[in-house]
Design a protein around this ligand. Structure first.
Ligand SMILES: Cc1cc2nc3c(=O)[nH]c(=O)nc-3n(C[C@H](O)[C@H](O)[C@H](O)COP(=O)(O)O)c2cc1C
Length: 157
């Protein structure tokens, strides 16, 4: 995946090199600017079986800061934030690959270097007994749960 470009960033950023599960790396820049969850909206995206984005709704696109054309066809880890521990996503993939639903709090990285928190439910899309992809539906997380997730993820890292 393409590194982030410092020209995309709004505000003062730190730099970090993510080690992705497939062995590749991505240089990212991140700031302390939070974008509030859009009240009452669902943020929805779909992937193929490998986690490549196949579609996202308008809230997904808006919150990411990217254009739709910059998201579709990219690995979903385009939104991975350095504060998210790898173990959280290992657990997600184990759960959904075995056909079950996964729920969790996720801190996502925007194109402009800022972040947003979601409460995600990820489900396998099954056709004729086979998993053909995955859907994530995200809701607004409570502030209390975000604070707890921040502490838990800090301990996990
Ligand atoms: C449907 C679906 C939605 C996902 N949504 C996100 C997301 O919003 N943010 C994120 O960082 N990872 C998301 N992931 C997990 C990524 O695929 C990936 O595992 C994660 O970003 C960590 O990257 P890595 O597995 O390459 O190390 C999603 C996966 C699936 C299947």
């Amino acid at each position: 995946m393409e590194d982030m470009n410092p020209a995309w960033i709004t505000g003062e950023a730190r730099e970090y090199t993510l080690q992705l599960f497939d062995g590749t790396r991505r240089r990212v820049y991140f700031t302390d600017t939070e974008t509030a969850y859009p009240h009452g909206k669902l943020i929805v995206s779909r992937t193929d079986t490998e986690g490549v984005i196949t579609l996202g709704n308008q809230s997904f696109i808006d919150m990411s800061g990217y254009q739709e054309s910059e998201l579709v066809g990219q690995p979903h880890s385009i939104l991975r934030h350095p504060d998210m521990p790898a173990a959280a996503f290992q657990n997600l993939w184990e759960t959904i690959r075995s056909g079950r639903q996964w729920h969790g709090y996720v801190k996502n990285l925007r194109k402009d270097g800022g972040y947003y928190w979601v409460y995600a439910t990820v489900v396998p899309n099954v056709r004729q007994g086979r998993i053909i992809g995955y859907t994530s539906v995200r809701r607004e997380p409570s502030r209390q749960k975000v604070v707890a997730a921040e502490a838990m993820y800090r301990d996990m890292r």
